[in-house]
Write a protein that binds this ligand. Structure first.
Ligand SMILES: C[S@@+](CC[C@H](N)C(=O)[O-])C[C@H]1O[C@@H](n2cnc3c(N)ncnc32)[C@H](O)[C@@H]1O
Length: 270
């Protein structure tokens, strides 16, 4: 089994694309994700006919939403460094006649001229990049003056799971957070946007609460986290089995609670 916290850095290298696409499809089906995505689309201030860049497009659902916004005279360029993701994205738009171009490249080194797009968007991808400032700088470079850069990224130190065992819970949640290349990127976004000269910066917190253990396991990879923390020698198997048992009991009595907060940020290029 691959791990959601670290595997998105190199989806193709894991040879387990189904696990990642399953996760993206589950998330896309939840109202929380649909709602915050709408806000990020609006913050791009796109007119019909605009050219927009989608960074870390995954299976391409947001590229389709953006294409519907910019219309047939607009253009969406959607990039990802996983060819397997791009193949699925391409398959999903077959026959739809949408103005989307999928490009296989790295967010940190975009193969586009300066000032090419009216807006650029990234969604839960900077957390998988060890130098997110390079990706943000690239997005700002390829956006025209007056255009917006918009991101939504979690801050995994806001991740909560309720349990009687506070010390063990902290250890496991820190293990999850630190398994991402940049688990703190949510709180870093303001600083990173400011440092590259973006202005009119707005930050909007978005919190997801999950009260079913099974869904939380799909979104937060809880069971994998416990196994991996055991393998890393951070916690004992007995401790985590008791922890998982407690969470499942809480689930049965409708007392299970978990949450995380991500931050939407938008900034304007001068
Ligand atoms: C968690 S998924 C998010 C996908 C999509 N934005 C969404 O909201 O469903 C992260 C995506 O970023 C891609 N990715 C990770 N690192 C990347 C990089 N350095 N450059 C481009 N894409 C990257 C992964 O292949 C994956 O498709």
């Amino acid at each position: 089994m691959t791990y959601l916290a670290s595997g998105f850095q190199d989806v193709d290298g894991t040879h387990a694309i189904e696990q990642f696409t399953h996760c993206l499809n589950v998330l896309a089906s939840l109202e929380f994700f649909q709602n915050y995505k709408q806000k990020t689309f609006e913050l791009l201030h796109l007119d019909a006919g605009a050219a927009v860049l989608e960074v870390g497009c995954g299976i391409g659902k947001d590229a389709i939403a953006l294409a519907q916004r910019v219309g047939s005279h607009g253009k969406v360029v959607a990039i990802d460094h996983s060819q397997a993701m791009l193949d699925l994205a391409l398959e999903s738009i077959k026959g739809l006649n949408l103005p989307i171009e999928f490009v296989h490249t790295e967010a940190q080194q975009l193969p586009f001229e300066d000032n090419t797009f009216q807006g650029a968007r990234v969604d839960r991808t900077l957390q998988h990049i060890s130098e997110p400032q390079r990706a943000i700088a690239e997005m700002a470079r390829v956006v025209c003056p007056g255009g917006y850069v918009v991101a939504m990224e979690p801050d995994w130190e806001t991740f909560t799971v309720d349990s009687e065992n506070h010390p063990l819970t902290r250890q496991l949640l820190n293990f999850w957070c630190d398994s991402f290349p940049t688990g703190w990127v949510g709180r870093d976004l303001l600083k990173l946007f400011h440092r590259i000269g973006l202005t009119d910066i707005q930050v909007i917190p978005e919190t997801l609460v999950v009260t079913q253990f099974e869904l939380a396991n799909q979104v937060f990879d809880l069971v994998q986290t416990t196994y991996r923390a055991c393998e890393a020698g951070i916690v004992s198997r007995v401790e985590v089995e008791a922890w998982l048992h407690e969470l499942q009991q809480m689930d049965q009595s409708q007392e299970f609670f978990s949450s995380f907060t991500g931050f939407i940020i938008s900034g304007k290029k001068q």
